[in-house]
Design a protein around this ligand. Structure first.
Ligand code: FRU
Length: 482
């Protein structure tokens, strides 16, 4: 096995891969392996990175530790697809093999310009041997690095753009996760950051050539909102700028921010001439137990697609798949749009190809409807009215609605995790994707989403209560991965 903080070369991985067929077989046999989600073949996966579509092919890179299920030594793994149903797996493709990224090829993004994919990421360094080592201020170095590609497979040499000393002097050593945004012929880079006082923020840089970056501003809320903002994303839709990022250390407020870390969406009004700005409409972006570090990109047809990590850092429960030698997955891709001034997330159209022919349709009216079937399904519930209801999604796992609160309850299957909730004016529609060990629940056509892992395979689907409507259930087919 590899040491946690040490350079790893492609040749090391290839040797290790040859020697580990038995490990791959053990993981493949695990009953929790997902059917229509991207997962690590062995070991650990976290954030999606470098998402883009280039000459028709979608590239999905991700934080990947093939060697062990607990993570640490980070490479970029690589999947491609043309239709989000058939995938090709290229394994790890960017390695921590240089002095500038020796202890981790951390998260980053892709930006397409001049028929070239420009990648930006954080090269992580850990200074455990320093006398003044401390986790916040001197323990690590975070380099901003770029490389390019003409096809998404062959990469140019890594080039250092900024190093720890180049960030503003009052930053701690936690600065990372570059993402690029273009406006009025200028390029902007956002970086997640924590200052020495423990305030989370975004650093904004500006460039005219994607090579030379000048510090422009810091963006944060007037009141401290968490100690570190990881994985910032900045984009414009319908003339409005949005930030999606992961503020860490936000305190629970009633039924909001109940996870240890979470994802937040905000509206940003920014004057790029004066650098004056205002953040409004701060909102929890996903209501489930397992959602973090999402990244969005605009595809060649102009859709903004978002994929997240179906997991959370520093989670306080044990993921049962760790014993089987792997952990975590990416979410299904979601298309973003704006409806009535709200950011909406809906499953991408392509996923309809996963539906099998033998759908079940049933009308329910103030009674009980039971559909017993395959545990891997997409269920669409169109409510005519709903005052109260309880839906069983899998044996012992419920989604209930009462007094305008929609509650997901993992019951005895939550490994100690119990409920997550959202307040709704009305419950009108649900679209639920149940994979072997995950649930993604889209509420009222994507106004809210709950993403969560579950570890019970018995597929009982039941709806009961003061409600009526139509439920359609499609058993779903698997992805094909080469
Ligand atoms: C978010 C994150 C990023 C970092 C990466 C390391 O999950 O902590 O901030 O770049 O994961 O794997």
């Amino acid at each position: 096995m590899f040491e946690k903080y040490k350079k790893v070369y492609k040749a090391d991985y290839e040797k290790w891969y040859k020697e580990n067929e038995a490990y791959r077989q053990r993981v493949a046999a695990d009953q929790d392996r997902l059917k229509f989600h991207l997962m690590p073949k062995t070991g650990w996966l976290n954030d999606p990175n470098g998402l883009c579509q280039f000459n028709g092919t979608y590239h999905i890179y991700y934080q990947y530790t093939p060697f062990e299920p607990t993570g640490e030594l980070k490479t970029w793994g690589h999947y491609t697809t043309k239709d989000f149903i058939h995938y090709e797996d290229f394994g790890p493709v960017v390695f921590p093999d240089e002095d500038i990224d020796a202890h981790g090829v951390y998260s980053g993004s892709a930006f397409i310009e001049d028929d070239t994919i420009h990648y930006f990421y954080t090269g992580n360094l850990k200074y455990f041997d320093r006398d003044d080592y401390d986790y916040i201020n001197s323990g690590r170095g975070s380099n901003t690095i770029t490389f390019t590609s003409k096809d998404g497979y062959e990469f140019t040499k890594k080039e250092l753009l900024m190093t720890t000393d180049d960030y503003p002097a009052d930053m701690s050593n936690h600065v990372r996760d570059p993402k690029i945004f273009k406006k009025n012929e200028k390029y902007y880079m956002v970086l997640g950051a924590r200052d020495v006082e423990g305030v989370g923020m975004i650093l904004l840089y500006e460039s005219t050539d994607l090579k030379n970056w000048t510090y422009k501003n810091r963006i944060t809320t007037p009141q401290k909102f968490g100690y570190m903002w990881e994985c910032p994303d900045l984009f414009e839709m319908d003339g409005q700028l949005y930030i999606i990022c992961c503020p860490q250390g936000v305190e629970t407020q009633g039924i909001d921010y109940e996870n240890v870390h979470q994802v937040t969406a905000m509206k940003l009004d920014y004057d790029f001439d004066t650098d004056e700005y205002e953040i409004t409409d701060i909102k929890l972006f996903d209501r489930g137990f397992d959602f973090y570090a999402p990244q969005s990109f605009e595809d060649e047809s102009g859709r903004r697609i978002l994929i997240g990590w179906m997991g959370i850092p520093d989670a306080d429960y044990t993921n049962p798949t760790e014993e089987a030698g792997w952990q975590h997955a990416l979410t299904i891709p979601r298309e973003l749009s704006v409806r009535d001034g709200k950011l909406i997330q809906e499953p991408i159209e392509e996923l309809k190809q996963l539906r099998s022919e033998d759908k079940a349709v049933c009308t329910f009216c103030y009674g009980q409807t039971i559909i017993m079937q395959n545990a891997i399904y997409e269920a669409i519930v169109d409510f005519k009215r709903c005052r109260e209801m309880v839906m069983t999604l899998r044996e012992g796992i419920t989604l209930s609605y009462k007094d305008n609160i929609l509650t997901l309850n993992l019951g005895v299957y939550g490994s100690g995790r119990s409920t997550r909730k959202v307040r709704l004016e009305k419950l009108e529609h649900l679209q639920i994707f149940a994979d072997t060990s995950s649930l993604e629940i889209f509420v009222n056509h994507g106004e809210e989403v709950f993403t969560t892992r579950i570890y019970n395979h018995y597929g009982r689907l039941l709806i009961n209560g003061e409600c009526s409507g139509i439920m359609t259930v499609y058993p779903l087919k698997s992805f094909e991965i080469e």
